[in-house]
Write a protein of this length. Sequence first.
Length: 707
Amino acid sequence: MKIFPQLPGLVHGGDYNPDQWLDRPDILEKDIEYFKEAGINCVTLGVFAWAAEEPTEDDFQLDWLAQIMDRLYQNGIYIILATPTGARPAWLDEKYPEAMRCDERGVRNHHGLRHNHCMSSPAFRDRVRAIDTALAERFADHPGLLMWHISNELGGYCYCEHCKYAWQEWLRGRYHDDIEELNKAWWTGFWSHRFNDFSQIEPPYANGETALLGMNVDWRRFETFLATDFMRFEIDTLHAVKPDVPVTTNFMELFYDYDYNYMKEFVDYISWDNYPEMHRTEVSDSRTMIERSFMHSMFRSMKPDRPFMMMESAPGLVNWKPYNKYRRPGVHELISMQAVADGSDTVQYFQLRKSRGASEQWHGAVIDHIGTDDTRIFKEVAKTGADLAAIAEVTGSVAKNEAAILYDWDNRWALDDAQMLSNETKNFDETCTNIYEEFMRLGVCPNIISSDADWSHYRIICAPMLYLLHDGIGRKIADFVKNGGQFLATYCMGYVDKTTLANLGGFPGQGLSEVFGLKSEEIDTLYPEDNVNLRLSDQPLKPTDAGKPEWSSSAEPISCFDLTKVTGKSVAVHDYEELLRDVTADVLAIYENDYMAGTPAITRNAYGKGCAWYVAARVDQDDIRPIYEEMLDNAGIDHTLLPEGLEKTSRYSDNVRYDFYLNCTAEPLTVENVSGTALLGPAAEGGRLTLPPYGVAVFKIGVRNSV
Ligand code: GLA
Ligand code: ZN
């Protein structure tokens, strides 16, 4: 499925702010020449251009924009047009101070910066409606217009009176206007925090109520709803003038504030901004690239039937990291091609021309202050443009993924907010990425999905630290496994319900103890220097072979194996270990030391036609590789161990598969069993492909019934 039927191939472009250069027509003219030279076929206009578009209230000045759009289009360059609402002109805040956000103590901000409007403010929405309508009336029919880009990087929370009221209304809806239902869900009997009426509920001000964890997670859900409502308001405004122009908004990395799995439904295409921090001393480039691949996969999985867009990335460097280091030669192409390898049909940049002043004047750009095409970065960008043209035929192809990792925003919020474990080591994102990395080492690229997604395409699903269970997830997992799925869960599984109330009767809740054949009784938090190990048993152990642990005289017996009789590889445990009880599953590993010695640490339960796996302790995933291999075998998914630092992913279209190979290291890498015709990069000899440092290759292979 092609995102832009108007364009023959992949999009190469980025944010462009001619509004900052209106007094330099010579520069604007030259820019177009450079764009063409760099193979740039699309620019994003109008991000933050409100003051140029409406210098005073209701005085819409759009001729400059029309002229630039015309000139770009005449030169074969298409346009993504943003609504300018990511930042506000001074006149607006002066006249309508309610547009300015209140901070978490309820104190109103001053005018300035960006991404800081109140999304509930009626006056602000009126002004948004006016500018968006003016833009749509003038440009919705422009032949060069590809898409609307809504605002920019929506984010943050406002604690003003309008927002407080909207919050209370949202709560009334969620709890059926029944304050007792809310009191129960939030466990407000605690510390006498009971409410008599919805009107008493304030936002979780930093100097107010923050102890009700159910409230905290609901607040973030409400903020997601509000941002989505604001985004939909903008979309509806544009579509009231002309329906059917596609829309997107640019998402961010593993952004915390809003649940993108909710927002994703209301845009036509998913786009996101990708800013890897390469060449770190404490993290290898290949790990940095895996983290990025994880994010690409998450955004791809939000609409798995179509390509996504990498809406922003930095030519050369950014200017807002602790150390702003230039990417080494070749790395620009690697980062760009990784997006395509993982399913993006666009390589877009912030920014095409570097601004002369203000806070982003030192941020990387295609065209630098020196103003020439004869720079290292320009040349690397132009090469990327040429290479994207060389693989134009991949446009519209999609990935096919049969393994998935569950990632729910409210699970993340609830887990972080839970006052347990160690705030230093909860590391939910990292834990998910570690599992992703292990699959990628085995040549399998997983999707990253929400627990509410459609699971029918998957044969393996992993649920790292799925602490909070949405309604019905227990049943869904049971059915998935019964019907032949491989489901892997870890410590912290199913502790609470969607309002963060603890599940009663044993974890994992919602009937999952039966699916996994165990219960979790304790979770212990380790100090970094604690020395705990588990032993991967050479033979699966049967719970019937287990004795009672010595210290369990009155409690129900838990499985306890004789350490002297169990042989196998010893593996280090980090951070967390659970004590399991009532185990009926096969035991694949036991703890070796500390007070849980002899009790199960990793289990596998045959359930219906599938298997439910449980990893009760945090370990390095490559230490338990045989478990992944067995799951993949059971699921009938091909796997081969790839060299470390080599990423391989595939995209499919009718009867064709495109294999992408990326060398994410500064050393040459060789990979075997490469087949197909080389579209880009070095050819393979006798199935052997050697990639130079940071090198990329793309191969095309005929396949049957590929989509
Ligand atoms: C974000 C914004 C851009 C710009 C870049 C800088 O992604 O959307 O406007 O500030 O960061 O990296
Ligand atoms: Zn507000």
